[in-house]
Design a protein around this ligand. Sequence first.
Ligand SMILES: Nc1ncnc2c1ncn2[C@@H]1O[C@H](COP(=O)(O)OP(=O)(O)OP(=O)(O)O)[C@@H](O)[C@H]1O
Ligand SMILES: [Mg+2]
Length: 311
Amino acid sequence: MSNIVQVNDLSKTYGDQTAVNRISFAIREGEIFGLLGPNGAGKTTTISILSTLLAPNAGEIKIAGYDVRRETARVKEIVGIVPQELALYPTLSARDNLEFFGQIYGLRGRALKARIEEALEIVGLRARGDDVIETFSGGMKRRINLAAGLLHKPKILFLDEPTVGVDPQSRNFIFENVQRLNQDGMTILYTTHYMEEAERLCHRVAIIDQGKIVALDTPHALIAMLGGGVIHIGLRESPNNVIEQVRTFGAVKTAQWADGKLAVQTHNVNAALVGVINAFNAANVPINSLEILEPNLESVFLHLTGKHLRD
Ligand SMILES: Nc1ncnc2c1ncn2[C@@H]1O[C@H](COP(=O)(O)OP(=O)(O)OP(=O)(O)O)[C@@H](O)[C@H]1O
Ligand SMILES: [Mg+2]
């Protein structure tokens, strides 16, 4: 697969605040690429630069071979953007809103009308097309936002946290839309702070924190980095002899004592668990608490940044 987006050494500062700090990555044609990161990580800044809405301080970005800073008009034809902040006119109907956006993309007349109907069909809101936006639910507004990004049939779609504040039904709708658009050949850049979305939707994920990409791989490979999961055992004090014994178990990778807890990284939690508990029982060391961290992106994020994602 060839790269449709190539970002080299991109930086953006606002005053003395560094929002994006020398990031490089490539998006392959036909993939769903996730940018996963907490509040203020630099996701919206990155997407805004890639979609020509914001100028970077440094770095080079090519989209389908076009330079984002010098060949802006070309890039705009190729890219569809679904911004984090809704920009819909509340007192206009959905169709009138889409007409406005279509004109920005240079669509006119019958072609525009046809594209509006197709876009409404994709997001499942044709029947509501003549209703004014202020009568729509939050999830429906998000879906109209998505429709607006699709009007000019972009090759690549940038979605900035499209499911925030969305009811479960609209969320599923958006998920299915994204997957179907991707199956029909559209490349997708999807930002989110929901790790389960990134895990479920994205072929590859870049984890971004404080303007830096701290890891980039398939969800599977990122999770495999943590091995088979971690067991946290709360203890009154560090029983060194038992810890030494636990470290010799085949299913145990490492065992570290910190803050009243023994963190046991495993190759496989289930295989390690019984042996670890038995070792403490045999030594008559009481266990105060037991927690199992499943191998998932949230744990990977915690492991890499020392922070939880939101919520
Ligand atoms: N217009 C602006 N002026 C000054 N600072 C800004 C501006 N926009 C963003 N920032 C700062 O840049 C950093 C990155 O912000 P950005 O909006 O890109 O993060 P984000 O990952 O999209 O966060 P969120 O998940 O909350 O949407 C933050 O520290 C933010 O405060
Ligand atoms: Mg954002």
